[in-house]
Design a protein around this ligand. Structure first.
Ligand SMILES: Nc1ncnc2c1ncn2[C@@H]1O[C@H](COP(=O)(O)OP(=O)(O)OP(=O)(O)O)[C@@H](O)[C@H]1O
Ligand SMILES: [Mg+2]
Length: 155
């Protein structure tokens, strides 16, 4: 069964593409012969660029759009892929988030420990909660000092 893990969040720079790449590499290295793909849905194409620079066909990286997403995921399932990681653009697009969420086994929201980032993620959280999708925050670009400072701020 192909597992689909998506990185979402409208805030640019939260770490979606970086985490997508690291998750895919981790999945690839964890089990010999595993088949892993990344669908880069961001027109910026950071993950596609990473793959080109790396010059290795594993993990498979393809460009995806709202129109092609279902076909690509169907193909990945038919081909027996273990994991598909979905990287999405950092912009407000609830239609895309819903489309991606409906096809995901797990939705990850990378979150930097900053008040602005926490506020920016609220809309997405509301949207995902309203449909009871399985989602998790992933604390990103953090260290203990920053985390502590933010917690102090929020108390
Ligand atoms: N854990 C981390 N530690 C340090 N730097 C990081 C970490 N994660 C990401 N970065 C850096 O932060 C920047 C933004 O990361 P990234 O491109 O992955 O974010 P993004 O959410 O995909 O952005 P966008 O929404 O623009 O696509 C990059 O320069 C990246 O190298
Ligand atoms: Mg990105």
């Amino acid at each position: 069964m192909t597992k689909v893990i998506s990185l979402v969040g409208q805030k640019g720079g939260s770490g979606k593409s970086t985490i997508a790449v690291h998750l895919a590499m981790e999945a690839l290295l964890k089990k010999e012969g595993s088949q892993v793909a990344i669908i880069d849905m961001d027109p910026q194409g950071s993950v596609l660029e990473w793959s080109r620079m790396r010059g290795d066909a594993n993990p498979v990286v393809v460009h995806g759009t709202p129109e092609t997403l279902n076909d690509i995921l169907g193909q990945a399932a038919d081909d027996g892929f273990d994991y598909v990681v979905l990287d999405t653009p950092g912009r407000r697009d609830s239609t895309l988030v819903e489309l991606v969420a409906a096809r995901s086994d797990l939705i990850l929201l990378p979150l930097r420990p900053s008040l602005f980032d926490v506020r920016a993620v609220a809309d997405t959280v509301r949207l995902l909660r309203s449909k009871a999708y399985k989602m998790r925050f992933l604390l990103s670009q953090s260290n203990r000092a920053i985390g502590t400072a933010c917690l102090t701020l929020w108390q």
